[in-house]
Design a binder for this molecule. Sequence first.
Ligand code: NDP
Length: 474
Amino acid sequence: GTAAIGVTGLATMGGNLARNLARNGYPVAVHNRTSARTEALVSEHGDEGVFVPAGTLAELVDSLQRPRQVIIMVKAGGATDAVIDELAGLLEPGDIILDGGNAHFADTRRREAALRERGLHFVGTGISGGEEGALLGPSIMPGGSVEAYRQVGPVLENIAAEVDGAPCCVHVGPDGAGHFVKMVHNGIEYADMQLIAESYDLLRAVAGLAPAEIAEVFRTWNQGDLESYLIEITAEVLGHTDPETGAPFVDVVADRAEQKGTGRWTVREALELGDPVPGIAEAVFARALSGAVRQREVCASLPGPTEPPGEVRSGFVDDLREALYGAKLAAYAQGFSMISAASEQYGWNVDLAGTARIWRGGCIIRARFLDRIAEAYRTRPELLNLLADDYFAEQVSRSQQAWRRVVGTAAAAGVPAPGLSSGLAYYDTLRASRLPAALVQGLRDYFGAHTYQRVDRDGYFHTLWSGDRSETAS
Ligand code: NDP
């Protein structure tokens, strides 16, 4: 065989990834279940590099140098299993299968273990950046063994996005670590978008700005600490006018947010790990609630604020920027904490600084402040929460008062801000010297004899609530 690497699954993502590889000088073998896609790719883009079209997976495998490296870019789920099964029968020990689809990390762990038994490497790889990223340089989050990364790492680093001369690709950790980190990336993306959407809503409903004016606000915000791809495209979307009606585009779009599942996965896994991600959960629930059309209808006549919310502060727009920044920090703190919890649980030893570094370019949540997050974890790998980092603690202490004003204003105006307010509650919970969890423990002991610990002595205790209310050690 002569091709350096193969790609099977040539829809949007796989086709663009194959072109990216070819443009970077790798002769790439290409295959798709429906061969028309393979032919279209080669006839439209054949001049971009060396493509070796294959009609079957057996032909694809035959055309590869050894050890063979095959990237699967098919629909996640059963299709991926079917392709892996067929490929595994054609490959030889030492060959590498890379799954670039949005697989659940538990599936990746299962597939990796099964293929390892057969002597094959399996590299579950998170890829973010959508269509354009796949072509021009995505953020790449590979899992799998160190040995496999030694083979495919250089190729992946070559086709990844680049920031400050460093590739947005790092070996995240063994087995499912790459897909786990990609899942949390998407969870953070949900939270980020929800916070942006709430900010837009408040600028419109409270500050009375029109979408085109709000686009300008976001354009300004994109000059500072908030600089990021999502803020940049928010300005684009809000500035767009529907060509058919002449209305702001955002006003002709149905207000029901859909989802493909990675946000839900993130929250489910966080629940399993017992590591809270309320900002991400609120974002997933906010999408679901927006789509609960019938419930929204039957509740539509419930009253809003009966007292006028009062004058809007002249500094409201600046306050909102601070609130958005604080809540965004809280969401990232939650995401990184969750990765750290999973890393411990599964023994992955994930490099959190490296993770922040590879999210600086290529992916959807790429943002200026990821530099600072990378720096925080580089200087203190044992950092327990991002908000406790010196730099971010200083930032959030500057933002928090404005953040409180915004959450108060939103409540007074009757504008839902679940992301902004849950972020603030997360912040206040973490910094509280005493939490009412003490009362929860008391109640649990009262009705269920679940026992409690004391602040002044070691051990577990139970109060004889229905007796003389004396305390017993348990
Ligand atoms: P789709 O998820 O739409 O999948 C279509 C591709 O899967 C086609 O090549 C199709 O072949 C192939 N396929 C489907 N079922 C089978 C099967 N049973 N056997 C063999 N091949 C099959 O394509 P995308 O390019 O959008 O995404 C590819 C992967 O990348 C997915 O896992 C997706 O979740 C992930 N991803 C997508 C991103 C995006 O922005 N779209 C971003 C990051 C990851 P055929 O042409 O014959 O139908």
